[in-house]
Design a protein around this ligand. Structure first.
Ligand SMILES: [Zn+2]
Length: 51
């Protein structure tokens, strides 16, 4: 089993952590930014990687 780096995806509008992901070594240098649906905002918002 390989231990990937676990990351949290936080909504940039309400600051809630809505998604969990993990990244491999190739993407470690860049901060992930994804548009995902936020249950709190009830819409698609930008989610950023946080720790
Ligand atoms: Zn939100």
């Amino acid at each position: 089993m390989s231990q990937d780096n676990m990351i949290k995806m936080e909504c940039t509008e309400c600051k809630r952590v809505n998604y969990f992901s993990h990244k491999n070594k190739k993407t470690l240098k860049t901060r992930l930014e994804l548009k995902k649906h936020c249950n709190s905002c009830k819409k698609h918002t930008l989610h950023k990687e946080t720790k």
